[in-house]
Ligand binder design. Sequence first.
Ligand code: HEM
Ligand SMILES: *[C@@H]1O[C@H](CO)[C@@H](O)[C@H](O)[C@H]1NC(C)=O
Ligand SMILES: *[C@@H]1O[C@H](CO)[C@@H](O)[C@H](O)[C@H]1NC(C)=O
Ligand SMILES: *[C@@H]1O[C@H](CO)[C@@H](O)[C@H](O)[C@H]1NC(C)=O
Ligand SMILES: *[C@@H]1O[C@H](CO)[C@@H](O)[C@H](O)[C@H]1NC(C)=O
Length: 514
Amino acid sequence: MLGNMLTDIVATILLVLMFVYVPFHLINSLWLKPKRLEKCLRDQGFRGNPYRPISGDLAEINKSSISKSISSLSHDIIPHIMPFFHQTIQKYGKDSFMWYGRSPRLNITKPEFIREIFTKYEVFTKGPPGKKTTFGLVLREGEDWAKVRRIINPAFEMEKLKNMLPTMEKCCDTMIRKWEEIIATTGSAEVDVYSSLNVFSGDVIAKTSFGSSYEEGKKLFKLQEEQVFLAFQVMRSISNYIPGWRYLPTKVNRRRKKLAHETKEMVKTLVENRKKLKQTEESINKVDLLGIMLESNEKEIEENGIGLSMEEVIDECKLFLLAGKDTTSSLLTWAMVLLSEHQDWQSKAREEVLSRFGKDNTPDYNGLNSLTIVNMIINETLRFYPPASSLSRIIHTDTKLKNLTLLNGMEINMPTIMVHRDQDLWGDDANEFNPNRFAKGVLNANKVPGSFMPFGGGPRMCVGKNYALIEAKLALTKILQHFSFELSPSYVHAPMCLAAMVPQFGAPLILHQI
Ligand code: HEM
Ligand SMILES: *[C@@H]1O[C@H](CO)[C@@H](O)[C@H](O)[C@H]1NC(C)=O
Ligand SMILES: *[C@@H]1O[C@H](CO)[C@@H](O)[C@H](O)[C@H]1NC(C)=O
Ligand SMILES: *[C@@H]1O[C@H](CO)[C@@H](O)[C@H](O)[C@H]1NC(C)=O
Ligand SMILES: *[C@@H]1O[C@H](CO)[C@@H](O)[C@H](O)[C@H]1NC(C)=O
């Protein structure tokens, strides 16, 4: 009797779950909630496509992300690199939103708003709270993020960067020697500087991260690159927005699992290497990023009880490649393309470099930072062709942003490149390359503080900013010491947004020995 009653109760509960709760949950998350968010936005004057179940605008966002080259060297690249975003603004006006699956993502371009979003980084997050990711610090949240950031910060202090400069220089010499060999017989030749600069920035990160374990580090990076490639592929497909899909044994998912396993083995090797090293040469530990982080990790454990395991520290190093390689090579590539187009600035920069360091002297840390023209050119490149051309945030509690009401489930898009090209902020020549605007520093280059945001802002600003800037200054200086350059006739202007803004067909330039 009792047994029967129990079975009845269990069956009833299951039936309720199956026929009431599950359908309600589905209807809510697939239809009611998105419609509620949409209404909230429309009530505040935002416009966009009506919500379409599950995929929203993704199909269009995806379709239009296939790049076409721009005829001639036009810098009007926004319709090209963000076509759907551009169309949405054309169709619905400036205050508009797009559907990333079930989440409406609204465009915020006013620096006053963006500053508040950066500051309130616990409300406007990069990912869902508590979710473990393969992206390390970049997507960590809350106290978890704060702890890791404390451990990483010391690795990028000025004194540490100074110690890394000779390593960066060695990598740069390798690239320059390669270019010299290519042009040796004729005095000038075509070189795809984008692919060279990519190898250079990857080398710099592998060597500064892992020191003597550089070869293992490079292997780890290779695995990582394929993982990221697959992650991007998945992110762009509708299946990513179907709950549970990533657990199915599809071809991509199986490959991802295998890569994850290989990565784990590689990390184990690195840990072993490091332990051996520690027993023999204490000092070596302190000059590479991994060593510095392990040291500050020990401090964190002493002071706050819990730090990271060595595996986790290596995981964070792995992320530097992802965050720092393509961004830095993007900056250097566009700087060379823009200086090819603007020969007057190329000459000015070379004059400065030669007068400061001569043709053969090695630039030192303070010398690089005191260059004026080169620094103006680097900032103007970061403004005009920001490597990270837009940033986004997720909202998971109802909140206010100035006079806007924002609800759990909405997202925010901050198109850096649009902020950087806004004539209200930068003046009438916002759509031209003009390093002069930085002659009196960042604050005098624009009208509203926060208009220049190539490295983001607030507590989550790029941790590698000074590292990337010193690397870029060094490379540009050395290149100017050795070569003059111009666009090759085969150069096709086609910026494209992957992890960073990159030239789709490379950057073939003609290099001349000087
Ligand atoms: C020109 C080169 C670079 C650019 C333009 C750049 C840009 C950025 C931007 C915009 C962010 C903030 C993202 C957001 O708020 O959503 C960021 C974060 C980050 N960057 Fe960079 N970056 C560059 C180089 C580097 C390098 C060389 C490294 C490491 C070696 C690095 C490591 C990081 C890390 C770890 C974060 C996450 C910080 C956090 O969440 O606390 N970046 N970067
Ligand atoms: C918020 O304020 C701006 C002016 O600062 C105004 O243009 C906009 O319509 C306001 N939005 C709402 C939802 O009140
Ligand atoms: C959306 O973008 C445009 C510029 O592209 C900007 O003028 C407008 O103010 C943005 N909307 C919001 C809410 O910031
Ligand atoms: C996006 O395009 C790729 C191929 O270019 C395709 O495999 C994928 O399914 C598409 N995703 C969406 C959301 O349409
Ligand atoms: C370039 O921008 C950085 C911030 O990213 C700033 O610290 C530096 O002073 C700027 N230099 C010039 C010449 O504007």
